[in-house]
Design a protein around this ligand. Structure first.
Ligand code: ZN
Length: 173
């Protein structure tokens, strides 16, 4: 079964669970709760500022923040970063003990704390092999039933109709 990223790199979805054979989104109530949570969360993350950029610039300079390109972790406790700061996340995850928080709610806070304390990947650190997929090439998250889901999608979304299928998990391996 194919895995597919939607909107952002990082999280992977079972293609057959999310899409019909015609490439249309299935009704959300046919998906598992975890899948539903992630899809709904994605709609809020796409177009939002990178966690690490935000820690640097804050709301006062929000226009200097890059948009999120990749998301790791659990919905609402995710680390969501731009391409530039993905290196820092991967360094923290693999080299600074971040991996112990895999699947845990602390992942976000622990990463933020490390980064806010000046934690950075050293010059030249590449981490895992770079996945050179532009999030603009990924399918956009479905429009959730706003009343049922009670989420604020805020940002306008770009038209995205290509799908990128590969075998990665929703954590770096
Ligand atoms: Zn950033």
């Amino acid at each position: 079964m194919g895995k597919v990223s939607i909107g952002l790199r990082g999280w992977r979805f079972d293609e057959e669970e999310v899409f019909t054979e015609d490439g249309e989104y299935r009704p959300m109530d046919e998906m598992s709760e975890d899948t539903r949570k992630r899809l709904v969360r994605l709609t809020a993350l796409v177009g939002s500022p990178c966690d690490a950029c935000w820690l640097i610039h804050g709301d006062a300079e929000i226009q200097k923040c890059n948009p999120i390109e990749v998301v790791y972790g659990e919905p609402h406790y995710e680390a969501a970063v731009c391409r530039e700061h993905e290196r820092d996340f991967l360094y923290w995850y693999f080299e600074e003990g971040g991996k112990q928080y895999r699947g845990e709610e602390q992942l976000q806070d622990e990463f933020h704390e490390w980064f806010a304390d000046g934690g950075r990947a050293p010059e030249g650190y590449e981490g895992v092999e770079h996945v050179d997929t532009d999030p603009a090439d990924l399918p956009e998250p479905p429009d959730p039933d706003m009343e049922a889901m009670n989420v604020d999608t805020g940002e306008p979304k770009e038209e995205i109709d290509l799908r990128d299928v590969d075998v990665d998990q929703d954590y770096p391996s």
